[in-house]
Design a protein around this ligand. Structure first.
Ligand code: S3P
Length: 210
């Protein structure tokens, strides 16, 4: 690639940030996807790139409960955790713009999906089983996986959740590459989506004016 073209590409990328921020308004960028999809790692880097606050819903749930997620599951059960998760995400989405990483089960709750639709732009970090398994096996802190056949659990969750995750505004393929690549893909997908939305809104406005 010639230097001029490389420079041009870099300029395009630099222009992305103000364009994304302007088009985003008060909406949050909400990352969804299975355990191991890279929501936190990508979310943190995306927030830094866009100079937006990064918020991790699971961390906020732990702070609100004064317990780790593993302790909440063990002491109170999954239903109690889901209740807290729903409330905390509703509260977090009152603020914006921000990058919000949600736990893998959050988007499965109808009410949470509706709030995300209203106040955010959802991005599904989609990953294939081997990528997910490789990542979740590195740490052993997830209550849905502890003491279970990780591969079977993840297969079941993919079957159950992927059709719902597919309702997200944007899908980005999370691969086994440095996180920066996925951040770049996400920013590009976001800008394309925001442009389409702006065009659709413009066409609607013109239609009304006729
Ligand atoms: C869960 C995913 C976890 C955490 C909890 C339940 C799930 O978050 O919210 O253990 O139901 O998939 P991550 O997706 O960030 O690991």
């Amino acid at each position: 690639m010639s230097l001029a073209l490389a420079e041009h590409k870099k300029e395009d990328r630099d222009q992305q940030v103000p364009a994304i921020i302007a088009a985003l308004g008060p909406k949050s960028i909400v990352l969804i996807g299975l355990m191991g999809a890279g929501k936190t790692a990508v979310g943190k880097r995306l927030a830094a790139k866009l100079d937006l606050p990064f918020v991790d819903a699971d961390k906020e749930i732990e702070e609100a409960a004064g317990q780790s997620i593993t302790e909440i599951f063990a002491e109170h059960g999954e239903a109690y955790f889901r209740q807290g998760e729903r409330k905390v995400i509703a509260r977090l989405l009152e603020a914006g713009p921000q990058v919000l990483a949600t736990g893998g089960g959050a988007y499965m709750i109808e009410e949470t999906r509706a709030t995300i639709r209203q106040r955010g732009i959802s991005i599904w970090l989609r990953a294939e089983l081997p990528v997910l398994l490789h990542r979740v096996r590195k740490r052993n802190h997830r209550p849905l996986l502890i003491g279970r056949d990780n591969e079977q659990v993840m297969r079941n969750l993919m079957a159950e959740r992927y059709p719902i995750y597919a309702e997200a505004d944007i899908t980005v393929e999370s691969r086994d590459v440095p996180h920066e690549f996925i951040v770049a893909d996400t920013a590009e997908a976001l800008i394309r989506w925001l442009e389409c939305e702006a065009k659709a809104a413009g066409a609607k406005g013109r239609g009304k004016g006729e």
